[in-house]
Design a protein around this ligand. Structure first.
Ligand SMILES: *[C@@H]1O[C@H](CO)[C@@H](O)[C@H](O)[C@H]1NC(C)=O
Ligand SMILES: *[C@@H]1O[C@H](CO)[C@@H](O)[C@H](O)[C@H]1NC(C)=O
Ligand SMILES: *[C@@H]1O[C@H](CO)[C@@H](O)[C@H](O)[C@H]1NC(C)=O
Length: 330
């Protein structure tokens, strides 16, 4: 046996393995580092004083209203900032909310003067008088602290969703949150939230009465704003400084709101029937394209109304079930 062959074999095994190991180490340490950076303040009684005298004092987060009365309006809120072009996937999410939640109103809170394109027409025609556009401006600061440049759109959107819910109440959805089945079961609670990786608060699907105590404390917690972290004020701090001490402020639906990472099931697995058991699924769609390149043996361009017809992953089923106008009829 020549040492040459052995050496060649070693190399052919070693190269991919080394790449995989480097990748793993990179991913693991990155997660580790981002977790290490999170610091929480100890229990702050003054913060919790802010909700004294609330109409929800003593509210039961497990049973909801005593007689099952619904106290969250059947209104869905979306934010669309800066771009009047509604992508195919965003349209799927708006249409899924319409079809599966059957809301009385769907609000687009936006700073866009005019929406354009086929998906906008589809939404406008399908939703009819259920759709209402509300003008809104993107805030630049919170409690006198300027939003960071890098995360401006995100952080301003995070704060805006709290304010929208404090003003109107209802169901707030990220523009890539897909409603699978009715959320009415949660409309008898003061506020319902999902839990994302960490575990931290998931902000992508929020169901709240406008007077929910947690909303007030969450907004208040922005007095200590961290501009350098994408998710600190949105999801980490409210968990580490509020809900950890008073979990009774919300009804936590730990998995079935689908706000934790489900991307491998949506975009890598060949089959995933279980999505139907969820109430909603956050698509994290901006992370799909590199997942294809990294894990699937194919590359797929941005999902649109025509290439969705052949998209072979579980999200293809979900999307086509809602909006497949451009696919050949079977
Ligand atoms: C969709 O939401 C994301 C995150 O909030 C935001 O960055 C993006 O601009 C939104 N898309 C549109 C078209 O507004
Ligand atoms: C929103 O602003 C636009 C102009 O920017 C105006 O034409 C429209 O009437 C406003 N809509 C509402 C509901 O106020
Ligand atoms: C309700 O609040 C209690 C604390 O009083 C907490 O232990 C429980 O997990 C909460 N239930 C839900 C569904 O969030």
């Amino acid at each position: 046996m020549s040492t040459l062959i052995i050496r060649r074999r070693l190399i052919s095994w070693a190269c991919p393995s080394i790449i995989i190991i480097i990748l793993l180490v990179f991913l693991l340490t990155r997660k580790h580092i981002s977790q290490q950076e999170v610091h929480f303040r100890p229990y702050d009684p003054q913060l919790f004083d802010k909700i004294k005298g609330s109409i929800f004092e003593g509210f039961d987060n497990e049973t909801g209203t005593k007689d099952g009365t619904l106290i969250v309006p059947n209104h869905v809120h979306f934010l669309f900032f800066n771009s009047g072009r509604i992508s195919y996937v965003h349209a799927v999410c708006v249409l899924a909310a319409f079809k599966n939640q059957r809301p009385e109103k769907i609000f687009f809170h936006t700073n866009v003067k005019e929406f354009t394109g086929v998906h906008w027409l589809k939404i406008k025609n399908t939703l009819g008088s259920v759709l209402e556009i509300r003008n809104i401006t993107l805030p630049n600061e919170i409690f006198g602290q300027k939003f960071s440049k890098n995360y401006h759109l995100w952080h301003a959107g995070d704060v805006t969703r709290i304010r929208i819910l404090m003003k109107h109440g209802g169901i707030f959805l990220d523009n890539d949150s897909y409603i699978v089945r009715g959320l009415d079961v949660f409309r008898k609670y003061e506020m319902t939230v999902g839990i994302t990786d960490g575990p931290y608060l998931g902000t992508q699907v929020l169901i709240a009465n406008k007077d929910a105590r947690f909303l007030k404390l969450w907004l208040e917690s922005y007095r200590d704003y961290n501009p350098d972290s994408w998710y600190y004020n949105a999801g980490q701090k409210p968990m580490g400084e509020i809900l950890i001490y008073k979990p009774e402020l919300v009804h936590a639906e730990e998995t079935l709101l689908g706000v934790h990472t489900l991307s491998e099931r949506l975009y890598i697995w060949d089959r995933w029937e279980n999505w139907r058991t969820y109430y909603s699924v956050h698509l994290i769609v901006r992370h799909r394209n590199y997942m294809d390149t990294m894990w699937n043996n194919f590359w797929w361009p941005e999902l649109d109304e025509t290439n969705i017809c052949d998209y072979p992953k579980p999200f293809g089923v979900m999307a086509r079930e809602i909006y497949s106008d451009f696919c050949p009829k079977k």
